[in-house]
Design a protein around this ligand. Structure first.
Ligand code: GDP
Length: 327
């Protein structure tokens, strides 16, 4: 889709606050390509820097349940909320228990909440997922708080730190979660730790273990010390404290200048990823590069030329000047 009549019409309906236009915009962005760029070009100027809070942690820790509860609390605090679930089995995409789905339905009829699950990992940059762009679209639509729930397996657990201002790590006392968290690098990225399922007996001990591990980390002067909160999402205990702590972190982000700095980092990474994607595509298409690779492959294969010598020759074909007159 070029920046044509269809895009213009979509942008107009988006600006008028039509939820269908919001849904369509996110779908286009999920699909990527030129259509996504045209929509982002139009929408981006409206994004004013909503607060992004990411929830990560192992599957089954209670992320969905917590996001659900946070949505309710922050709605009551007059926030306009967007929820992004990057998890095909979350209640938002319909894969969870009936109880969760019923609860989510209350929120679904509230115009102050927009819930969206993202299955695709395509993006304008082609490298990161499109959570980042989707958060901007929600922001541009007028949401001032975007809650992001990750799938909680592998890379996505850590990627959230590159997209969210505030990262909540949700753990449970059972199955040595604390140790897993340390191994997976979650200790490094959490701003707030929640030991959920505190209705189970070992929660307090497990929370203290996390606290001890966190104490070993040095916090720069005036820095934020990540607290460990006990909660039971199922019994709705400790939930208001989590919301209050998140607000406290938001205030700290603002006062320390971290909020603006984070936004710049997010945008820098986005520009870089999109540029890298474009260069890769151009490289794949370039006939001169393909010819040279084809010509030289036998030499590389037989060991007469090292792969790196070929790369150096290719580099000459795809040079990007880094400064006027630079090499
Ligand atoms: P997610 O995979 O991290 O999103 O976890 P869910 O929110 O889907 O929760 C996984 C399961 O744990 C569900 O059956 C929840 O009802 C249950 N659960 C969530 N919070 C609690 C809690 O505080 N205590 C107990 N006992 N169960 C919980």
């Amino acid at each position: 889709m070029e920046r044509n009549a269809a895009v213009e019409e979509l942008l107009e309906r988006f600006a008028a606050g039509k939820t269908a236009a919001l849904a369509r915009a996110i779908s286009i962005i999920e699909n990527g390509g030129a259509g996504a760029e045209a929509v982002m070009d139009g929408i981006y100027p409206r994004a004013s820097g909503a607060w992004r809070v990411g929830f990560t942690g192992p599957p089954g820790a209670g992320k969905s349940t917590l996001v659900n509860l946070m949505t309710r609390i922050f709605r009551a605090r007059e926030r306009q909320i967007g929820v992004i679930a990057v998890d095909p089995s979350s209640p938002f995409s319909g894969g969870a228990l009936l109880g969760d789905r019923v609860r989510m339905q209350d929120l679904a009829i509230d115009p102050g909440v927009y819930v969206r699950s993202l299955a695709s990992r395509g993006s304008l940059g082609g490298i990161s997922n499109c959570t980042d762009e989707a958060a901007d679209v929600l922001d541009a639509f007028g949401k001032d708080l975007v809650l992001i729930e990750t799938v909680g397996v592998g890379q996505s657990e850590l990627e959230i730190a590159e997209t969210a201002h505030t990262v909540v790590v949700v753990l449970v006392p059972e199955s040595g979660d604390g140790i897993q968290a340390m191994k997976a690098g979650l200790m490094e990225i959490g701003d707030v730790f929640v030991m959920n399922k505190a209705d189970h007996s070992d929660a307090e001990i497990a929370a203290r273990e996390i606290e001890t591990a966190l104490r070993l980390k040095t916090v720069p002067g005036g820095g934020w010390r990540p607290p460990v909160l006990l909660a039971s999402a199922r019994e709705e205990r400790g939930i208001v404290e989590i919301a209050d702590t998140l607000e406290k972190h938001r205030r700290w982000l603002g006062e320390s200048g971290r909020f603006a700095a984070k936004r710049r980092e997010i945008l820098f990474a986005r520009v870089r990823n999109a540029l890298m994607d474009r260069i890769t595509r151009r490289l794949d298409r370039a006939a001169a590069v393909r010819r040279l690779v084809e010509e030289k492959m036998d030499e590389v294969y037989s060991g007469r030329m090292s792969p790196y010598r070929l790369v150096r020759q290719l580099e000459g074909l795809v040079r990007i000047d880094d400064a006027p007159g630079g090499s």
